[in-house]
Design a protein around this ligand. Sequence first.
Ligand SMILES: *Cc1c(COP(=O)(O)O)cnc(C)c1O
Length: 396
Amino acid sequence: MSITPLMPVYPRCGVRPVRGDHCHLIDEDGTRYLDFASGIAVNLLGHSHEGLIGAIQRQAATLMHVSNLYGSPQGEALAQRLVDKTFADTVFFTNSGAEAVECAIKTARAYHQAAGNENRHELITFTSAFHGRTMATISASNQEKMHKGFMPLLGGFRYVEFDDLEGAKAAIGPDTAGFLVEPIQGEGGIRPASDAFMKGLRALADEHDLMLVLDEVQCGVARTGKFYAHEHYGIEPDILASAKGLGGGFPFGACLATEKAARGMGFGTHGSTYGGNPLAMAAGMAVMDAVANDEFLAEVTEKGERIRTRLEQFIGNYPDLFELVRGKGLMLGLKMKVESRPFFVHLRDNHQLLTVAAGDNTLRVLPPLVIGDAEIEEFFDKLSAGAADYVIPEAA
Ligand SMILES: *Cc1c(COP(=O)(O)O)cnc(C)c1O
């Protein structure tokens, strides 16, 4: 047998972390890495946050899981907290981002079908989007690399160029249920939608009675200096998918909706065995305690601006390597003029700096939101050293 016990769907690298220490990861062989990847925008409190660890330990010793057949004081408390903090009136808890997007898709379809509009099932989605790896969420993306081998796709998605408002408008038809969009594309290369695009989608949704569904799985939960990224645009969605940072490392997600948008989601329409379990709720509450306040959000904004300004100065020293910096808060992307993946590997293997590769030759800089001056200095030391001794590989 040659297949590995871990199904070989990931080309895993040689870094094999066994321990976390605040903003660092420690490998099997003791090597320390500066973690500016945060498990892909997940570990927003770093790896040894006492509040989060304590909450999980206490809850694990008290009650981990029951079932959604029972009343949920823990779920009610966290849902109330999210409702108080956001546009939403109601929340469904999931175990992952893709499940949160699934619930969002179902909620958008059910909104129309509950009113007898059986044909209005189609969501307009955008090029280079990433919404997860389930059948519905790969079908929602135009990226063929995720479709290959898994045909046929689920129907009901129509792709339009990202940030093209006229294209989105032209795609609206009698079957359209709404729009599904990341306000800032993550996997697509840290590409923020323009203000006009987001405001325009909101206006089109209002005009045509469509659901504006936001996928904030990566850009949400304080990452950009707002609790949710759509707040930068001065608009509110009807439905929003959240996950990643929401548990700070504990796997869970949420689908948030207004009362109106959730009109099709009555008893028995949706469910999850684990969703909203007390352990996840305890983790979520600890994350909210830490990040859902103006002081914390202001710090994220300030650190983000500081890093961005320095990154912009830095890339000026290497005009052959870097094109531009984009993103918001601590969701930053460094778009390269050369292939970004080998540089990302070089930073990782030769300078012990972890970032995340993304589409459009972009390096994702996603530090824990709790970084301090020392980590910022270390980041620039490693990045500068990495750029200085980088040899652009010969094209294959
Ligand atoms: C990561 C991600 C998802 C999928 O989340 P999983 O927890 O991996 O299922 C969906 N949408 C966006 C924007 C993401 O970044």
